[in-house]
Design a binder for this molecule. Sequence first.
Ligand SMILES: CC(=O)N[C@@H]([C@@H](O)[C@H](O)[C@H](O)CO)[C@@H](O)CC(=O)C(=O)O
Length: 222
Amino acid sequence: MAFPKKKLQGLVAATITPMTENGEINFSVIGQYVDYLVKEQGVKNIFGKSTLGMSLHVSSSQCFFFCRLDQVIIHVGALSLKESQELAQHAAEIGADGIAVIAPFFLKPWTKDILINFLKEVAAAAPALPFYYYHIPALTGVKIRAEELLDGILDKIPTFQGLKFSDTDLLDFGQCVDQNRQQQFAFLFGVDEQLLSALVMGATGAVEVAVSQDQATVLQPG
Ligand SMILES: CC(=O)N[C@@H]([C@@H](O)[C@H](O)[C@H](O)CO)[C@@H](O)CC(=O)C(=O)O
């Protein structure tokens, strides 16, 4: 498959994970939630199993399937490589448009090569899907600069298509953009407070929260 596929740009909504009072995923309200995102907020792209959706704290081997959207990117990061690969395969099976992965965050990769090898193995599990690296050092504790990671990344991960950059280091972000102008990468910014600056620097889009806490509460059952 030739990459890039459809370039991911503009608003990409990070989604919540609706829960029942018993702590189970509430699949029954997902249709209503998607209606809200599409009709009320004009959302066309989503980032599922996001940080906002507390994906790493929700027990589920299943990805949600959202239809009626242009692109659905599913986060498949996990501490175990095998689990991450299974989630990547599952995302491919249910028709996701791309997968994203954070760095493993307990026993951390301490060099770029170790991190790249982990990401490469996950990407290889879903070879037809565009791959995005989700850079969020404040939560993973993995401080390898995104600019360093992107250097030569296509040689290692041919499906690499972009970066979700959730860090306040705008120098790093700017270098990622500047040093990859020849590529068709998506640069999605994830720190709401710095979005304007990031857009000026060349962000192609943003992963943002498209639902307030009040609205999220409305989606919970009685
Ligand atoms: C990592 C994170 O949670 N980012 C938030 C921001 O709204 C973020 O909470 C805010 O900018 C921090 O002040 C959103 O962009 C949603 C998001 O990117 C995600 O859930 O992955």
